[in-house]
Ligand binder design. Structure first.
Ligand code: C2E
Ligand code: CA
Ligand code: CA
Length: 714
């Protein structure tokens, strides 16, 4: 019946003191229950209060009895039994024997003094409970042992002993002898036969527990310790014992049982191991690392000991996992773990904290450069090829290093900063190490804020396109525009693409942004083509790598053209050479599909990346854009001019037009003309401008817009 089990704890808890004083009064007037536990029940049998002695007797934690019914403590007691007991108490207090359940272990035979008491205006059933005199019973058994010892030996798995506290002699049962590796025979001797076999580390605790039980401070002796086996091994045992006093209160006998709990302890240890270890690599896990970091932090605070944290990330692990498959990825992680572990000293902690991330905690550091010695050793070890089922796999690790400092109070702060440093290291390329310094934290916070803002920029229509003219160098005739993205940030004003495009790439926001750029640029170009008399105008847009790798790239280009009506030949997509590095086959297939559609392709920033002329052919580009870096210096540096000239010659040989980027002066323009460049782009001809400005200009210069003067003037 659930109503009986409704916890009434809050009410009762406030009455704790009242319960205790009622119990104490009852104990005083019944001296044979002076050392007893007090249990209070409501009239329906719900447990109302158990005092500290009761919790000890029954092995209960503070919370475990709340809201339970008497049968929880007296197994088998029915509601009718309870009603009968309660009824009988209206006639006066009673004494009886019962068996009480313990939280852990066998039931306990007890003697109970029961009475009704009013506490705080309500009537409760009080049970004073003390262990039933077990000792005489055991003593009888032991007296009988000659005759029955085999039987007992078989029947009870536990070792037993009875201690005559007057004579100081202890009789140990055959099972007890077996626990310490002696042939199963009855042993008689002193209590030291037991105590001398207690593990030195447990001895003080055992002595203290035994003394306090004999002093009457504890109702029952209950402890766990390691017991030495004759073979020199240790068994975990649980000892439960009870001392008995004579009527005058002096000690007479004590009996105890000893159970072998080695298996349970081992299971506990295994659970404990699993809780603190990474199952894949056998290294420590995050939980254990945090624990160690707490220790390291306090050692650094109290003893001035230095430590450092190294967060190690496997470079390109995802790629390895994707191309070789999960089982091989796991093999690699295990192998990397082993190499990291052998690169550090035995006092250091190595933990796996994420898929492909490890933490090394270096403690007791003398000189600060010791960190670098270890991190370099890790880098060297991991750089050696791994043999994974016959594949020689090469990889490297990036590292974020955090030296200890007074700024740190919590392990999480150290891990956070190590992560900031690792992200930096990864951004710098492979196999890099970055030592954290606090300025990075600010940069990270700023970046995070920027990222949050960028997510909203599209919805809030904060992105704009600026259009920069591309002209024919020889005639200064306008050929088209390159669309360049701008972000009008509510607080910071205009932010350039160099700041937010890399962030958009990393976060994947480049996909919706790129889609928006494509649509907007095509629409604008088509407006100018149809309403400003610029029917041959083309527009160039930049495609980032991530955007290019989108599976539906070709489709989204096609639909942008279809929606805006822009003919494919009026759209030029600017790509960089790096796209081909990632997935050559996929890139070439996409290029072929785009060419098929009739879209123009340009190779951007030529001269800065891989600058392979082989790529020109592979890409089937229409235009090659020579990077600003060459244009800047070619007119004063003969070598640069020769390079530009060679590029132009080769490009023309392949039927590719060449655009010079970043022309700012007449000298630069003259030089590029000399080199044979076909097209030019740069401040000399025009800065990137908002479309409204350009539209206004087209409106007032109809007919003249294509003349060179218009762009030379700007
Ligand atoms: P980019 O493709 O090389 O674009 C040309 C950059 O050079 C533009 O910078 C432009 O303003 C600048 N520039 C043009 N003429 C001159 C000149 O005479 N002198 C100097 N000093 N600079 C000149 P911007 O607009 O800051 O763009 C920077 C980069 O951001 C672009 O380089 C491009 O890679 C990227 N980007 C811009 N818009 C987008 C976009 O919509 N999508 C993607 N994926 N990337 C974009
Ligand atoms: Ca470009
Ligand atoms: Ca460029």
């Amino acid at each position: 019946m659930t109503s009986l089990q409704t916890p009434q704890t809050p009410l009762f808890a406030t009455q704790r003191a009242s319960f205790e004083s009622v119990a104490n009064a009852a104990r005083r007037s019944h001296s044979d229950f002076a050392l007893s536990a007090a249990l209070f029940f409501g009239l329906q049998g719900e447990i109302a209060f158990i005092d500290a002695a009761g919790e000890q007797l029954l092995d209960l934690g503070h919370e475990s009895w709340t809201g339970t019914w008497v049968s929880q403590l007296e197994p088998g007691l029915t509601a009718a039994d309870w009603a009968e007991r309660r009824q009988s108490l209206y006639e006066g207090p009673r004494r009886f024997q019962a068996r009480l359940a313990r939280a852990d272990g066998p039931t306990l035979e007890v003697e109970i003094y029961a009475a009704l008491h009013a506490v705080g205006g309500r009537t409760f059933v009080l049970h004073l409970a003390r262990p039933a005199p077990l000792v005489p019973q055991l003593q009888r058994e032991l007296d009988d042992l000659q005759r029955r010892h085999e039987l007992i030996g078989l029947a009870a798995n536990d070792g037993l002993w009875v201690w005559d506290l007057v004579e100081g002699v202890v009789a140990y049962s055959p099972r007890w002898a077996a626990l310490i590796g002696l042939p199963e025979a009855r042993l008689t001797g002193s209590i030291d036969l037991w105590l001398d076999r207690v593990h030195p580390a447990d001895r003080a605790m055992v002595d203290a527990a035994l003394a306090s039980h004999l002093d009457g401070d504890t109702l029952i002796l209950n402890l766990e310790h390691r017991l030495e086996h004759r073979q020199g091994t240790w068994r975990w045992v649980q000892v439960r014992g009870l001392a008995e006093r004579t009527a005058d209160g002096s000690l007479s006998l004590m009996a105890a049982s000893t159970s072998d709990i080695t298996h349970r302890k081992n299971a506990d240890e295994r659970l404990c191991y699993e809780a603190f270890h990474d199952s894949l690599t056998g290294l420590a896990n995050r939980a254990w690392l945090i624990h160690r970091l707490h220790d390291a932090l306090s050692a650094s605070r109290n003893q001035g000991e230095h430590f450092a944290l190294v967060l190690v990330g496997v470079d390109g692990f995802k790629l390895i996992n994707d191309s070789f498959g999960l089982p091989l990825g796991d093999m690699l992680l295990r192998a990397v773990a082993a190499r990291i572990a052998r690169s550090v000293r035995s006092i250091d902690t190595v933990a796996r904290v994420g898929g492909d991330e490890f933490v090394v905690l270096l403690e007791g550091l003398g000189a600060p450069d010791q960190v670098a010695i270890v991190s370099d050793r890790i880098a060297r070890e991991v750089a050696e090829p791994f043999d994974l089922r016959g594949y020689a796999v090469y990889t490297s690790v990036s590292m974020g290093i955090v030296p200890d400092s007074d700024d740190y109070n919590e392990p999480e702060e150290l891990l956070r900063d190590a992560n900031i440093a690792l992200v930096r290291a990864k951004r710098m390329g492979r196999a890099k190490q970055v030592v954290f310094d606090s300025s990075m934290r600010e940069a990270t916070v700023k970046r995070l804020m920027l990222e949050t803002d960028l997510r909203r920029a599209l919805e809030r229509a904060e992105l704009h396109l600026a259009f920069q003219p591309i002209i024919e160098i020889a005639t200064r005739r306008l050929l088209g525009f390159e669309a360049l993205c701008r972000w009008n940030h509510t607080k910071r004003g205009i932010i350039g693409p160099d700041e937010f495009i890399p962030l958009a790439e990393e976060t994947g926001l480049i996909i919706p942004i790129g889609q928006w750029v494509l649509q907007t640029a095509c629409r604008q170009a088509q407006i100018w083509r149809t309403s400003a008399g610029l029917e041959n105008l083309r527009v160039a847009i930049n495609l980032s790598n991530r955007q290019f790798r989108q599976p539906d790239l070709v489709l989204s280009v096609a639909s942008a053209l279809a929606e805006t009506g822009l003919p494919p030949e009026a759209l030029e997509l600017e790509l960089t050479e790096t796209i081909i590095i990632h997935d050559r086959a996929d890139s070439l297939a996409k290029i072929a599909a785009l060419k098929q559609m009739g879209v123009r392709l340009a190779l951007d920033d030529f001269g800065t990346g891989y600058s392979s002329l082989e790529h020109l052919k592979l890409f089937q580009v229409d235009t090659l854009k020579i990077d600003r870096a060459f244009v800047r210096s070619a007119h004063i540096d003969r070598e640069d001019e020769a390079i530009v000239q060679a590029i132009v010659t080769l490009a023309h040989g392949l039927g590719i037009a060449v655009t010079a980027e970043g022309i700012e002066s007449d000298e630069q323009q003259a030089c590029m003309t000399r080199c044979g460049c076909d097209e030019g782009q740069g401040y000399l001809f025009g800065r990137p401008l908002p479309p409204e400005d350009l539209s206004r200009r087209f409106a007032s210069n109809v007919g003249a817009v294509e003349s060179s003067e218009v762009w030379a003037m700007s």
